[in-house]
Design a binder for this molecule. Sequence first.
Ligand code: AFP
Length: 283
Amino acid sequence: MDEIIDAIKEIAHRIDEVIKMKDLGYNNSSNSSGEDQLKLDVQSDLIIENTFAKVKIVKDLVSEEKEGLYHLHDDGKYTICYDPLDGSSLVDVNLSIGSIFGIYEGELKGENLLASAYIVYGPRIEMLIVSRDTKPMLYSTRRNHFQKVGEVTLDEKGKLNAPGGTQMNWTKTHKNFVDSLFGEGYRLRYSGAMVPDLHQLLLKGGGLFSYPPTSDTPNGKLRQLFEVIPFALMYEQAGGQAIDANGKRLMELVPSHPHDTSPCFFGSNYEIEALKKAYGITK
Ligand code: AFP
């Protein structure tokens, strides 16, 4: 597994370089958020593919940028499911974005996720790594090298609220619940890229990140294998919870297609318990 972590560190620096080299699209924003962004996503995907091609224990890759399984090594043991550049539409407005990795063994489903990692490309490059028997570990870069910062733990109750999706498409139940959190004094923190948004909650004690079922996306927007399940492990191991709109643990999801999505709620215990109550979930 160390080889995979080292590869992810290398990927972080290489993608960060590509992001910083990219031409800005200020003069032609519609084009820049179309073609150029796509290129950056594809470039990041290639960096990841080429880096893992050197790691013999990786059997297959599943990427947000690819349709099916991409086979690497016959004798490999692990499948890495990843989103090469999440939130890439925010590059042109210079907000933080990220990459997410889920390391699976066997059939691609929540219970076979062994470890996950994500990278935040912000003022600094930061990375969190977690496995089933560790707390998330934060690494931050100093002079281009990752240094261990420490373990990350969520408080029982947070202060931040990150509500995803378009409000006019929310259910009344969801709207009332989000409003009730603001009524309790929660502050809005939502950038539109799940990596920095979930990262902020993790580092600032907690709160709630939600991407509910909506009238336009009844199955949510975020992908199970490379976004939802890897972050579910992060939140559970940090002492919080991660569930879908029926109260099912996201770690129990079994996608029937690599690109399946799911509604998702990540948070500290207080907010998730409050959400269950508001949604009438009894388990
Ligand atoms: P892009 O990669 O298209 O920018 O989408 C980002 C994202 O998948 C995820 O990072 C955000 O949490 C989510 O979409 C935001 O979606 P809404 O704008 O619908 O809230």
